[in-house]
Design a protein around this ligand. Sequence first.
Ligand SMILES: C[S@@+](CC[C@H](N)C(=O)[O-])C[C@H]1O[C@@H](n2cnc3c(N)ncnc32)[C@H](O)[C@@H]1O
Length: 257
Amino acid sequence: MNTPTRSSVSEHARRNRALWTSYAADYAERAPRQWASEEITWGIWDIPETTLHVLGDVAGQDVVELGCGTAYFSSWLARRGARPVGVDVTPAQLATARAMQRRFGLTFPLVEASAEEVPLAGERFDLALSEYGASIWCDPYRWVPEAARLLRPGGRLVFLCNSAIMMLTGDELGRVGEQLRRPYFGMYRFEWPDDHSVEFHLGYGNWIRVLRTNGFTAEALVELQAPVGAIPPLDHIPPGWAERWPSEEIWVARKTL
Ligand SMILES: C[S@@+](CC[C@H](N)C(=O)[O-])C[C@H]1O[C@@H](n2cnc3c(N)ncnc32)[C@H](O)[C@@H]1O
């Protein structure tokens, strides 16, 4: 099921697709190592799922990954007996995902679409997942309702995004520091002057509100701490910062209504 885009694509999704087209070669280079990994790890600090326990047993589950990129996360779940479907808005990222499927002999459906409007039937997944995909690049008031529609009753939504504290200490280029530089109230849409991308980050009350409005109950918020001495893989996070404050967090929510 390698479907062309059938859904509409918002203005910010088009801008983000352009950015991700420009990053695709870089991500294609790291994809083989990520696909080859035996371990499930989360985020930029590669924290193992075996220490976080946010996913549980995924064997036999229908999983949709919203903003799958090169789909390494879906490949990890497929090897553990899940039936993933990867959704991404950027053809160049999906091209790498397809190349990895051929290289590793592991096939699952990939759908080219915005996670804000997914051309798949509702109530057909047990788990909706996003690691730095829809969770930061899509408008939460659009993608969370889509996740709710796609999930069966009792299904889970698990997503990783940046912490509010990290976003609030970032300067105009997102370089993180030790002072609050942005207002907390009203945090929502972030644009950067050095590219045309758009990110979305909410405060905690608003995350809980958008989850509840869409029939979810938040079960856990896991704040990720960088390992001691870890070298930040991204220039905008100073060494040691994420040992003291969370740069990333994982939300676990269940569709209860
Ligand atoms: C950082 S990657 C996430 C995948 C992987 N976990 C990773 O960290 O490399 C971000 C992905 O989100 C995708 N993306 C951005 N906007 C999207 C949208 N509106 N719908 C679906 N995918 C989107 C991009 O194309 C890109 O492949």
